[in-house]
Design a protein around this ligand. Structure first.
Ligand SMILES: [Zn+2]
Length: 146
């Protein structure tokens, strides 16, 4: 899910890290925050270099690091060994990953959210953060006539 986008000061963030905000970094940040789904670094690189041929893979990695450290994007690993990124937003969701196609379905279930709170409380905790990734294989359509 995409964030309402550039509502933070990316330039200030770069400065804090002792980095200059270049056009290339800005483009990578815009791609990351505007992306649908959960792109990995290669996908972000492909999208960003279409917008500016001067974007390098190193710039993508560095910008990902800046935004991740600042809590603006979060990293996911959906079991295929590739880090994927998503803008952090207020509307929480969980993920269902198709292990054959790597399609990622986002879902929200209020009963599940209540259950997470309940489990944390049972062990004497206040829930601060949580994530749930389900892995599945699409059921084959089975026709009893065949
Ligand atoms: Zn997601």
């Amino acid at each position: 899910m995409s964030n309402s986008a550039f509502d933070f000061d990316f330039e200030a963030l770069c400065q804090k890290k002792g980095l200059k905000m270049t056009d290339q970094r800005r483009i990578v940040a815009q791609v990351l925050l505007g992306a649908q789904g959960h792109p990995d670094v290669e996908e972000v690189y492909a999208m960003a270099s279409k917008l500016d041929a001067k974007v390098s893979l190193a710039t993508v990695y560095r910008t990902v690091r800046i935004l991740e450290d600042a809590g603006i994007i979060q990293k996911h690993s959906f079991g295929d060994g590739r880090a994927r990124y998503e803008a952090v937003s207020d509307d929480h969701h969980d993920h269902l990953i198709d292990i054959d196609t790597r399609e990622v379905i986002e879902f929200y279930n209020p009963k599940l959210e209540a259950l997470k709170q309940e489990i944390a409380a049972k062990y004497g905790y206040t829930l601060i953060d949580h994530r749930l990734d389900l892995y599945g294989r699409r059921k084959k359509h089975t026709d009893p006539e065949c």
